[in-house]
Design a protein around this ligand. Structure first.
Ligand code: ADP
Length: 183
């Protein structure tokens, strides 16, 4: 539906995005506890207003948190850090979700955002657990629509860190058209 431009975006000013992010993360506490994972949350407050589709941004955070829980073995930890920073001369809100899971091989850090791409078990011990390989492609669509960026890294200590940034004010988002392509 996203590819065909058949979804309606509901852009509105999100006045304190920290509330939205905290709300989503709190819903993961029981699941994290069930999987014996520590969940650390650090949110800068207040964060500036962004122009966005809150339901779709909630979906992005939900997908990223789901992956972190799904791929991190028991006893590990997940941290979510939200702050405001500068990116290429613009003010942005930045959300980083880091886990202590098996990590993603360097050469696949970009490909995981392609539709249906799943890291093979032979490459790393994180075989797909009932996934579709669509979650991150959808995340990228939503973030791109907001004029932002999303990428994955392998922190030096191991695990996976997925970061997304959304421009403050969101002028690009308000100028964007209703359809977009998956990159
Ligand atoms: P899936 O439904 O397979 O989870 P995604 O698009 O969300 O689809 O993710 C694509 C692939 O990227 C996953 O199949 C997995 O191999 C890898 N991946 C995503 N997030 C993580 C993570 N936090 N740790 C390790 N591997 C991950």
């Amino acid at each position: 539906k996203i590819e065909a431009g058949r979804i309606d975006w509901e852009l509105e000013p999100i006045e304190n995005p920290a509330d939205l992010i905290d709300h989503v993360v709190q819903t993961f506490r029981p699941l994290a506890a069930e999987h014996d994972l520590a969940l650390k949350v650090k949110t800068t407050r207040p964060l500036p207003t962004v122009n966005g589709d809150s339901d779709r941004l909630i979906q992005v955070i939900t997908n990223l948190m789901n992956n972190a829980v799904k791929y991190t073995p028991k006893g590990g930890s997940i941290s979510l850090i939200t702050d405001e920073t500068a990116h290429a001369g613009s003010r942005v809100i930045r959300v980083r979700i880091t886990d202590t899971g098996p990590g993603i091989p360097d050469e696949q850090l970009e490909a995981i955002f392609d539709r249906f791409h799943q890291v093979r078990q032979a490459d790393v011990e994180n075989k797909p657990i009932g996934g579709t390989g669509l979650g991150l492609a959808i995340c990228r669509e939503v973030v791109n629509y907001h004029g932002g960026r999303i990428w994955a890294e392998r922190p030096p200590k191991g695990g996976t860190c997925v970061t997304f940034i959304i421009p403050v004010g969101g002028e690009q988002a308000s100028l964007a058209s209703g359809s977009s392509q998956i990159h």
